[in-house]
Design a protein around this ligand. Structure first.
Ligand SMILES: *[C@@H]1O[C@H](CO)[C@@H](O)[C@H](O)[C@H]1NC(C)=O
Length: 538
């Protein structure tokens, strides 16, 4: 059979994983990247261009390295757990060079349109028009992987802020914010308390005269440094927790989480207490926000009702003179190259597992990384790609259209029930749950039951330890021989970067007591129950 040619659109984290997955399955990828380099969102540029994502100089990953890695390429052990954007770029370059991805990328090539080939219904082929150096060329492809990103455009609802047009100071979106230098001595209001809002307000407050952080609904704030100094996600995102979560009612999980976060600082006293419960809205990850608030450098305010020429008037009637407004109102994305195909474009909120538009006669177009996992994006996109290439090759089939639509509808209903209504919630998924779902399609979900019988040490780490991406390389297509070792050494890689001053009698970093306790319970008291649960869980 002829080798299939696949177009990968975008060379960000999702695009790189897509190219790699194509190569792994013997497909022939051509990646079109409109800028002159890889990395997408993660490549810091001092000037942000329209249509491209923009990040600030200090941006640091909100997921830790062991949870963020490509599944067969752990971060070097000395890398810090939470990576600055420049470090993540280093890793992406190493990944691209290790797997020889660069030679499959065509830079400064903008995809203008993706259209079904005239005989699409029998061949599943696509015509792709690409512009390079001002010249347009049409290519034929057997499959399309859209990896153009989820955070490419600023979401700036100016109409929600009466008077902003008459405001005489400056206003900008965090998309264009780079560093705090130009805010020295200014009075600044930051609108929005997502991750960027909290980061930017905090960092500017070190040099500004005063920062106001305006929030409509408040937020639960969690932090990277969790119990005993472990990276938060390595402690919370475990299969053990996921199992407990499954059996606990929602109100108990909310209570546990909110008590835990309030123990660090009381959200009501700090003016941050949201109207929503913990699980029903995105939480904000910020290590520093409470420090800036208690130091008075950041004052929390309600929503801005209107702007005057020189000030902001908040919904509680208070008025503050401000020089600059920074909108941290989030991001959106679009697919201009799909405009001629409204059917695919409109499939936005109804894709099978966020990947395949269900109604296409041939499953030869996929969206990669167009979702918001509560967890790391790199492994999520990568797993989607591994599944997609198997479908492209015909080694795996999708369910009938009606089943796919039923699945989509069921998920949407569930989401509407669980989350506060917001356009951005449409793409939210729980990390382990979603990973396992795709892994089951692909046949790479770790089989805990047999591991429990044959490789207890590994089974324990998989079940109690952080649900790291290497777990999805233990079996099935794309099996990686290093996966077991990568899992068994993950805790060493977490500790390694901290060992820059070695202490003589170290107290074990992760508290061993509750750990040992739960193991004892499982081993001596609950073995039968445990086995039954595992069987159900698989
Ligand atoms: C990390 O930040 C992104 C962008 O704000 C967000 O969508 C995601 O949920 C965050 N992840 C975690 C674990 O907080």
């Amino acid at each position: 059979m002829k080798v299939k040619k696949i177009a990968v659109i975008g060379a960000g984290v999702s695009g790189l994983g897509a190219i790699k997955s194509c190569l792994e399955e013997g497909l022939e990828p051509v990646c079109f990247e409109k800028t002159n380099d890889i990395g997408g969102l993660w490549r810091y540029k001092h000037i942000t261009e329209n249509g491209n994502p923009g990040i600030y100089k200090s941006l640091t990953c909100n997921t830790s390295k062991e949870m963020t890695a490509f599944s067969d390429y752990p971060f070097p052990d000395h890398y810090p757990n939470y990576l600055h954007n420049s470090k993540l770029m280093e890793y992406l370059r190493m990944y691209a060079s290790h797997f020889h991805l660069m030679e499959h990328i065509q830079f400064l090539s903008k995809v203008c349109s993706v259209k079904r080939h005239p005989d699409f219904s029998s061949s599943g082929k696509w015509d792709v028009v690409v512009e390079t150096n001002g010249e347009q060329k049409t290519y034929a492809f057997d499959g399309i992987m859209i990896c153009s990103g989820h955070y490419t455009e600023q979401y700036l609802p100016l109409s929600d802020f009466p008077g902003i047009k008459n405001f005489r100071g400056d206003y900008l979106h965090t998309w264009a914010y780079k560093n705090p230098d130009s805010f020295s001595g200014k009075r600044v209001v930051v609108v929005g308390i997502g991750n960027s809002g909290a980061d930017v307000a905090g960092e500017i407050s070190n040099v500004a005269e005063q920062v106001f952080l305006s929030t409509r609904r408040g937020a639960w704030i969690w932090n990277r440094v969790w119990d005993n100094g472990n990276p938060m996600d390595t402690i919370l995102f475990t299969r053990y927790n996921r199992l407990i979560e499954k059996f606990l009612p929602t109100f108990m999980i909310n209570k546990w989480a909110e008590d835990k976060l309030n123990a660090r600082f009381n959200h009501a006293n700090y003016g941050l207490q949201p109207k929503h419960r913990f699980l029903s809205h995105q939480s904000t990850l910020s290590d520093n926000l409470p420090n800036h608030i208690i130091a008075g450098r950041v004052l929390v305010k309600p929503n801005v009702k209107e702007f005057t020429e020189t000030s902001a008037i908040f919904e509680d009637g208070t008025e503050e003179k401000v020089d600059v407004v920074i909108f941290a109102t989030g991001y959106t994305f679009s697919f201009p190259f799909l405009e001629s195909d409204p059917e695919i474009l409109d499939s936005q909120n109804s894709r099978f597992k966020f990947v395949f538009p269900p109604q296409l006669e041939k499953p030869t177009l996929a969206f990669i990384g167009i979702l918001q996992p509560i967890g790391a994006t790199i492994p999520t996109s990568e797993l989607q790609s591994r599944w997609v290439v198997r479908v492209f090759k015909g080694l795996q089939t999708l369910p009938p259209v009606s089943d796919m639509i039923a699945d989509i509808t069921r998920k949407r209903k569930k989401m509407e029930k669980e989350f506060v209504k917001s356009p951005r919630h449409v793409h939210r998924v729980q990390y382990i749950h979603y990973m396992d779902e795709i892994a089951s399609e692909l046949g790479v979900k770790p089989n805990l039951f047999s591991l429990f019988l044959w490789d207890m040490r590994l089974a324990k780490e998989i079940f109690f330890g952080p649900c790291t991406p290497y777990q999805y390389r233990l079996q099935g297509p794309g099996k990686w021989d290093g996966a077991r070792q990568a899992i068994l050494t993950q805790r060493e890689r977490i500790l390694k970067p901290l060992k820059t001053r070695v202490v003589e009698h170290p107290v074990p970093f992760s508290s061993s007591l509750p750990w040992a306790k739960s193991i004892c319970v499982v081993f001596f008291l609950l073995v039968p129950v445990f086995v039954i649960i595992l069987v159900m869980y698989n």
